[in-house]
Design a protein around this ligand. Sequence first.
Ligand code: PRX
Length: 695
Amino acid sequence: PRLLARLVPRKWNVDACLKHSNAAAVEKNKKNSTPACVDVYVPASHAFNPAVLPGFVGLAEQHGLKSYKDFHRFSLENSDQFWGALGSAYLDWQKDFTTVQESNFKTGDIKWFLGGKLNVSYNCLDRHVARTPDKTALIWEKDEPGKEERITYSQLLGMTCRLANVLKQANVKHGDRVVIYLPNCPLAVAGMMACARIGAIHSLVFAGFSADALRDRIQNCEAKVVITVDEMTRGGKVIGLKKIVDAAVKDCPSVQAVFLEQRSKNEGKATKLDVRLHDALSGVDAICKPEVMDSEDPLFLLYTSGSTGKPKGLIHTQAGYLLYAAVTQQVAFNYSPAEDVFGCVADVGWITGHSYIVYGPLANGGTTVLFESTPLYPNPSRYWEMVERLKINQLYLSPTAVRSLLKRGDEHLRDHDLSSLKTLGVVGEPINHEAWEWLYDKVGNRKCPIVDTYWQTETGGVIIAPLPADAGDPIYPSMAMRPFFGIDPIIENSEALVDHGADLAGAIYIKQAWPGITRGVYGDQQRFVETYFSQSPGHYCTGDGAIETPEGYFRVTGRTDEVINISGHRLGTAEIEDALDLHDGLSESAVISFPHSVKGEGLVAFVVMKDSHAKDDRKKIVKELKDVIKMKIASYAVPEEILICQSLPKTRSGKIMRRILKQIATSKTDDFGDTSTLADPYVLEAIIATWSETH
Ligand code: PRX
């Protein structure tokens, strides 16, 4: 059935809710909050249907629950009963859990499914192999279109077991850390599964990160082995990963072996640590007994940026994470594991890839696409040609990709049959109305609901999204809309903590634990509690701002802290400033973000050089500073602009006034508001003059 859509302005009182707000971030995003014009309603085909969902069906019968609203209320009021039923229905246990949860948002102690024993790889592979061994688990969509490979559940289990045996031979044991530095490819998935099989903890590092960033992560988790490939091809360009790994592991005494897949014919320089995977895999058994794991044993670490310079390794554990990934993948995207092909075009190195390329779809026994290319290669039709060829049913992408494709014109969509698409998902950053409407109109042909999913590395899976919902419920453009089951978000503003209310804007907190929430920061529990549970004791702090409408729908407006979002990639301004600091000549710097039409946010770095470098060639310095960021973090973290100034605007207490720098970078210099705390007003004039010279 077609979705209903009407073109009338919504009566959502954005100004009224902004009035309540003290959150600068909400004000910053006001532009994004103009009421939208398209109202869309959830079609019957996408309505929440407990009858077809494991666990839900029993709860519906026992407690007379029918609608999304019934279940949502029940999941908050009877959290243990709700998640207990789903835990039993979705997962296979070697020993049943005895207690559903012991969660404390004051101390940050969170445990789910206590007493339970299970194996994640068994849940993702063996149990499906028993029923549908020849079903496609992975479709590996390589860089060159039309060269895809399909891997069945039984093949993936075979690869996993062999790799697990290779890891065991290398003395990798329960609890040891394994770093995986790979693009989207079957080896990355088998690597994750192999770790889960033997109880090792994997940590994927996005294959765009520099050698320094990789080294920092390996050192932080003291990884015993690294799994990588000699080179990868992305967008037609060959990228040598092995060189980067060699440079990184030089300073990592914990690493005892580097497992290397060889794709190219070039025999690169071998090091003492290298183990060729091809040979190692052929020498081991294709059977490996799954280790019996405790529900709360760590499954993986994933490093992400916070407001300090050092990325943190967030911990996710076995049962709760897997359950949450599986349930959200099925319910928030209206995914039917028996027949649908799920196309999440993220990278496995980010949390989106973990939960919605790998763990969710495989736990559900579905078919998932591993996309190794870019949206523009070989041309801007890539996604659409792939959707048609692979008959993708759910496409999950980033707003940045949508914006960059819409800019290139509708002709790239023409001549592609997109009728397989049922649901379109977006994630990573707020989506603007133009991009939302283009996706809805041109890609989804006004038939596919847009599921704007709000979540974080910390949350393990989607926490606010338009689905699940009941038939006929609205979906408003650019709004994440409804809390998922078990999620109770609240908005906090200057008028103290508020429960649910009318047109409220402020910082978004979550009141109670859900199974997918991270269990901590690796090696730094104090940082965990301080970052997430100290602002409003007893509540989880997301660090994001949001607006809640009177109906209880949420629009996420962006970060309220110094974390920024470049093309959906998360970075801390402090992290970039720390990288700049590595330049000998740098005295100090302030990195700020500004709204960017494609990337969501762009960066400007205001830097002050030491006197010894004051006379150096500016172009040369800017290039050196850019190179330092590329070396320390990654290319995507390099600012659009680096401005060399005499000094930075500071308060009398020495705090850099970033607000003012943002105004300069967005040319809003008419009114700087209250500058009475500025230590030296002349600094401002000098920076404006420097900015004007270059613009
Ligand atoms: O600011 C929010 C933004 O991305 C941050 C989380 O980044 P990361 O941990 O890298 O995970 C990204 C993929 C889940 C959030 O704190 N964000 C994520 N999804 C949305 C979003 N902002 C607005 N709308 C979204 N749908």
